[in-house]
Design a protein around this ligand. Structure first.
Ligand code: MIC
Ligand code: SF4
Length: 646
């Protein structure tokens, strides 16, 4: 039978289960990726498993999110990561070296292999034709321990690309088009597989942008064929030997199919405050812009920065609009410098920053009150920039540059009256700096791990009681992101490895005293709408609420990674059998889950829940393995016991 590429990669990695949509499968993980904001706790979790070294082909840890050093906390955590990586055999990329997804693709990506990352944008690995999946830190820690990754078998959404992108339209517009068509939950449970003649016109880094932001569609992952463009990229990285050709078989079928003609695309933009809020740039043209930022883990490659540099050539930025450049990696900086891009930026009045997530995760670059910011980032969730009621738009580098020049949102095609579209060719050979990454030393067993005072032990989690009694403490609407549940930003991120301190920020944006309310109540319940917990993979959005006594969340539906994180930390993710029952629960409702242990042990799907004395029916749609986690009070308790028995 003809197979699509996703089926081929999954089949080659299948450890358990059958490739039947929605059934649980386990796949072998070849690479693991940690980033500091989620990776510090993930390292502690890995340590808690009690192994002597990692048991995966390649493990890497990047310090890219939490790089502001306003006091000793982040620097202490970085030291812990650096020494911990050396101790356990993990590659370590220090602060300033670049953003995980960019650097991993440059230095380590291998077509056809799998990568599990504690960052939701790990599917950006599609640029190098890997199957990248985002997960909670504990799942990645378990993969580092050599265990397979369990997930519901995805369906495969084949997107056939035809034609070629017109001038002034680029890869970001392709993914914004997908978001316009499908919004933030349109591809839940799917791997998006791009194929067709149009794929040839997209470079590896273009594909990274498209794969990375598949996450914004709710997709499990994205896959691109490995072709001549992949080979060109790997050769330019001095790693041509890693290349192999990969594609779907002739006549392969897809669970869902769509065609996009690249030639018909126009510049698009996501308006505040959701990546799914997409309109044409034309529709919002003329809006004054205070700030433009080019970079992040998408649109920060050589091509993406050089196209902006060339558009700015011979011009200053508009006096009312600041222009920021956040390069994806040190390698990108070195290469744009060699090709004259850096001088063009300096002459244009741009502010050039070090490589890292920076403003994308609210680490600096916040805008003033009511100000408009155009960013080439993947996300613009409310308040994520650090400014209340922020006005963040997401767009391509071309649209960003046009706004930096004109001071208002401008369709970049209008620039063709003044200049030719600068088509950028990637270098045949990048200037490569391998010194940035610390490789695991031979004598790793002798390395002493340095733990600063910011590293607090993981909280103990007790097993699930026979019956749970709790009170509803918050009720939220649809599409609540993990940024809302557990915010980031410069004040909160340094506390990511200190759960008691971090828990004071749970739901901070919408209910600042949430942690205080929980303290006096014992067990508490959160009620959510559709797609609850979309966005970031941060397991702190499960771990910190659990610390505050949240043992159950009842929602209309859950986002994939957050649901897995809830099970990992012993929080029962229930959905309403009848969605209308959402109305029956309110803040203050008293809830009883009578005999919950027995229901979960018996593998029951329907769980009766007493709400203020009347019973509603909820669903527990989790695997047998996850039931064991829930009973044990969390995956760490369960897996630790299992490893100790082995
Ligand atoms: C994000 O883009 O939201 C983040 C910050 O990279 C997160 C990870 C985190 O919260 O540390 C993600 O994408 O998973
Ligand atoms: Fe970093 Fe932003 Fe990318 Fe997340 S989306 S990895 S915060 S650059």
């Amino acid at each position: 039978m003809a197979k699509n590429l996703t089926q081929k990669i999954l089949e080659a990695h299948l450890v358990d289960g059958k490739l039947v949509p929605e059934e649980e499968i386990a796949i072998k993980i070849d690479h693991t990726l940690l980033q500091d904001a989620t990776g510090t706790v993930a390292m502690m979790e890995f340590e808690a498993l009690g192994l002597d070294s990692v048991r995966v082909e390649l493990a890497a840890q990047y310090v890219d999110h939490n790089i502001m050093q306003t006091d000793s906390k982040n620097a202490d955590d970085h030291k812990y990561l650096q020494t911990g990586c050396a101790r356990y055999g993990i590659h370590f990329s220090p602060p300033g070296n670049g953003i995980s997804h960019q650097v991993h693709m440059e230095r380590f990506g291998v077509p056809g292999e799998t990568i599990l990352g504690s960052d939701s944008h790990t599917p950006g690995a599609a640029g190098g034709s890997m199957l990248g999946i985002g997960a909670g830190g504990l799942d990645v820690a378990m993969a580092m321990a050599g265990r397979p990754y369990y997930l519901p078998c995805p369906t495969v959404f084949g997107v056939e690309l035809k034609g070629e992108l017109p001038d002034w339209v680029s890869a970001k517009d392709v993914i914004l088009k997908m978001l316009k068509l499908h919004d933030v939950k349109g591809c839940v449970g799917m791997v998006i597989e791009y194929f067709g003649s149009g794929v040839k016109s997209l470079s590896a880094t273009d594909r990274e942008t498209i794969g990375n932001m598949g996450t914004e569609l709710g997709a499990t992952s994205t896959v691109f064929p490995s072709d001549e463009n992949t080979r060109t990229y790997l050769t330019a990285q001095g790693r041509g030997a890693a290349w192999q050709a990969l594609s779907a078989d002739e006549g392969a079928e897809y669970d869902r199919y769509e065609e996009i003609n690249l030639s018909t695309l126009q510049p698009l933009i996501a308006c505040p405050s959701s990546p799914g809020n997409v309109v044409t740039v034309e529709e919002v043209a003329g809006t004054p812009v205070d700030q433009v930022i080019v970079g992040s883990c998408v649109n920060s490659s050589f091509r993406d920065l050089m196209v902006v540099a060339k558009i700015m050539e011979g011009h200053r930025r508009h006096p009312d609009t600041s222009l920021h450049i956040n390069p994806g990696s040190v390698q990108v900086v070195e290469n744009i410098a060699q090709h004259g891009g850096m001088s063009l930026f300096l002459a244009s009045g741009a502010r050039i920053h070090e490589s890292g997530c920076l403003g994308c995760i609210g680490m600096g670059q916040a805008t003033g009150t009511g100000q408009v910011s155009l960013r080439t980032f993947p996300r613009n969730f409310p308040g994520r920039s650090g400014t209340k009621n922020d006005q963040v738009y997401l767009c391509s580098p071309e649209t960003a540059a046009a706004a930096a020049l004109k001071g208002v949102i401008t369709d970049p095609r209008d620039l063709s009256k003044e200049m030719a579209y600068p088509r950028i060719k990637d270098p045949e050979r990048y200037a490569i700096n391998t010194g940035g990454i610390a490789f695991p030393p031979e004598n790793y067993r002798d390395i002493e791990i340095v733990r600063g005072p910011n590293i607090k032990p993981l909280p103990k989690m007790e097993a699930l009681p026979d019956t749970l009694e709790a009170e509803v403490v918050i009720k939220v609407e649809d599409n609540i992101t993990t940024d809302t549940i557990m915010p980031a930003g410069s004040q909160v991120l340094p506390l990511r490895s200190n759960i008691p301190a971090l828990s004071e920020f749970v739901f901070f944006q919408i209910k600042p005293d949430f942690h205080k309310i929980c303290k006096d109540k014992g067990n508490v319940i959160v009620v959510g709408g559709e797609n609850y917990g979309q966005g970031s993979s941060r397991e702190q959005a499960a771990l910190a609420p659990r610390y505050l006594g949240v043992r159950t969340k009842i929602a209309k539906s859950f986002a994939r990674i957050h649901k897995a994180n809830l099970c990992n930390f012993g929080i029962i993710p229930l959905t309403f059998k009848d969605r209308k029952d959402y109305e029956k629960l309110d803040v203050g409702s008293s809830i009883i889950l009578e005999g919950i242990r027995k229901h979960i042990e018996a593998g029951e799907k329907e769980i009766p829940v007493k709400v203020d004395g009347t019973t509603i029916v909820t669903l527990l749609d989790v695997s047998d393995r996850q039931r064991k986690f829930l009973l044990a009070g969390g995956a760490l308790n369960f897996v630790r016991a299992e490893l100790n028995q082995a």
